[in-house]
Write a protein that binds this ligand. Structure first.
Ligand SMILES: [Zn+2]
Ligand SMILES: [Zn+2]
Length: 155
């Protein structure tokens, strides 16, 4: 049952990388769905922002039968995962946190979840046009778990 990219029988949202070798399942969204314009997210996406939807590690499944997931340490305690075959960004995480920050673009459907805010909006590329009315934060969104950011541009 279910459509590709949509909820499956276990209720999880499903996403996959460009080549299809890595599948992500997200059962419970654990925080704000945000659009991060920080320099690291821009570089890692090759795009004006990363769309980030968080899930606790225990609520996320990573199906990687070919062992293609790699984690790049982009700054102290911060890891950014990608598919070694196609290069799709998969998630980021801190090594001292149980939250995976999944890349929303991997999911064709997100069960009605919609972006709540722009973060690190002041780091946006000078050519970017932000034309919506979502809140724009200079740092991370208010209320994220303590320790999730030290104020660096590393969401
Ligand atoms: Zn891939
Ligand atoms: Zn970022």
């Amino acid at each position: 049952m279910g459509e590709p990219g949509g909820p499956r029988e276990d209720g999880a949202l499903r996403g996959h990388c460009l080549c299809g070798a890595v599948t992500l399942g997200l059962r419970v969204v654990a925080g704000a769905f945000v659009l991060c314009h920080c320099r690291q997210c821009r570089k890692s996406a090759g795009a004006p922002f990363q769309a980030v939807i968080p899930g606790r590690r225990e609520a996320v499944t990573i199906d990687d039968p070919q062992g293609l997931v790699r984690e790049y340490q982009s700054s102290p305690h911060k890891l950014r995962a990608f598919c070694a075959r196609c290069g799709s960004p998969l998630y980021s995480r801190r090594d001292d946190s149980a939250t995976l920050r999944l890349r929303a673009g991997l999911f064709d459907a997100l069960g009605g979840h919609r972006p709540a805010a722009h973060i690190f909006a002041t780091s946006a590329a000078e050519w970017e046009i932000i034309a919506d009315t979502l809140p724009r934060h200079a740092d991370i969104e208010p209320g994220r778990e303590p320790g999730a950011s030290t104020g660096e541009e590393v969401p």
